[in-house]
Structures are given as C-alpha cells and as structure tokens.
Design a protein around this ligand. Structure first.
Ligand SMILES: Cc1cc2nc3c(=O)[nH]c(=O)nc-3n(C[C@H](O)[C@H](O)[C@H](O)COP(=O)(O)OP(=O)(O)OC[C@H]3O[C@@H](n4cnc5c(N)ncnc54)[C@H](O)[C@@H]3O)c2cc1C
Length: 148
C-alpha cells in the first residue's frame, strides 16, 4: 500500500521520505523446465535485471531511472527488448514475447517510513508504515515482523 496515503491532515502522521532513484519494469518471461531454479540477476552501471522463479514462468524486474518510463516508451518496445538482452543475453530468445506495453507493469519505488506508526484508533503496519526498497525483497518479512 502507498505509505504516503496515510500522511497529511487526515491522519496527522508524518512521512520520512528517503527517496529512491529507481523504478522497476515488472513482467513475465517464459521459463523452461531445464532452467535454473534459483533467482538470477545481472548488474551493470545503473542497471539491474532480475529473474525470480515462479515455477511456470520467470517474474522479471528491469530497473530503470525514476520517472523514465515515458522516454523508454517513446524509444519503443524493440529498444527496450534490446536493452534487456544487452544486459542479460540469457533472455535473447524470450523477450520477443513482450509485444505489448500492457504486459509490462511499472513498479514505482518508494522508500519511506512513518515517524510514528500509530495514533489512538489507528495502527499502521507493513508498507503503510515503511515502504522498503525492492532491492533485497524484504518488504513482506518486515511487514510480518512488524505485525508480530
Ligand atoms: C511488484 C512487487 C514485487 C515485490 N516483491 C517482493 C518480494 O519478492 N519480496 C518481498 O519481501 N517483498 C516484495 N514486495 C513488497 C511486498 O509486496 C510488500 O512489502 C508487502 O506486500 C507489504 O504488505 P502490506 O500488508 O503492508 O501491504 P499490501 O500487501 O499492499 O496489502 C494491502 C492490502 O490492502 C488492500 N487495500 C488497499 N486499500 C484498501 C481499502 N481502502 N480498503 C480495503 N482494502 C484496501 C490492498 O488491496 C491490499 O490487499 C514486492 C512489491 C511489489 C509491488
């Protein structure tokens, strides 16, 4: 949930925003039976591509500079596919599946936390209290720890 929705006059809870220089393009690619089971990632200067094993498919995340989706769309899907393959040649035969922008979701990255998680009658947990960077994939664990 978007933590900033809980800030402002309706709750009077203040958000400390740490800023995040990135957004993530989130899409699925075909996974073959012979593929590795573990997550895979490629890194280059300012660029990251990750693939998470979801059994029947790879859940993929391509990190882009924050707010750059419009430019990326203007450059076209072919250029995006080429950029992904340059970083992760492994997916060369698979990115052709991406034929429509509808298949590519934008994950807007926020890193923030409430200075105080509660007030009488209201308790904030998980992303509402602290939106985590997707690097490391800790959001769910911390949400549960916070609840416990
Ligand atoms: C694309 C993506 C990938 C991620 N991958 C990972 C990962 O690999 N590992 C990891 O640890 N974390 C990951 N996260 C982060 C993780 O999903 C969150 O940190 C976690 O889900 C936070 O849990 P939550 O209960 O606080 O919020 P949410 O899971 O967002 O739950 C909030 C719920 O409230 C509902 N809701 C919203 N408004 C209302 C309303 N007005 N009335 C009723 N219900 C409402 C929403 O529909 C939602 O079901 C990922 C997040 C995203 C977006």
């Amino acid at each position: 949930m978007d933590g900033t929705q809980l800030s402002g006059p309706r709750t009077n809870l203040k958000v400390q925003d740490f800023g995040a220089p990135m957004d993530v393009l989130w899409f699925k690619l075909t996974r073959q039976f012979s593929d590795a089971k573990d997550p895979v990632a490629w890194f280059d200067t300012g660029r990251i591509f990750i693939m998470l094993n979801r059994s029947g498919y790879w859940q993929c995340g391509f990190v882009i500079p924050k707010g750059s989706l419009r430019q990326i769309r203007e450059r076209g899907l072919t250029t995006l596919r080429d950029d992904i393959v340059k970083l992760a040649p492994f997916v060369a035969g698979r990115v052709g599946k991406l034929q429509d922008w509808e298949e590519i979701k934008l994950l807007t990255v926020q890193v923030d936390r409430l200075r105080q998680w509660y007030r009488p009658g209201l308790l904030c947990l998980g992303d509402a209290a602290h939106a985590m960077s997707p690097i490391g994939g800790v959001g769910i664990n911390l949400a549960i720890q916070g609840a416990v």
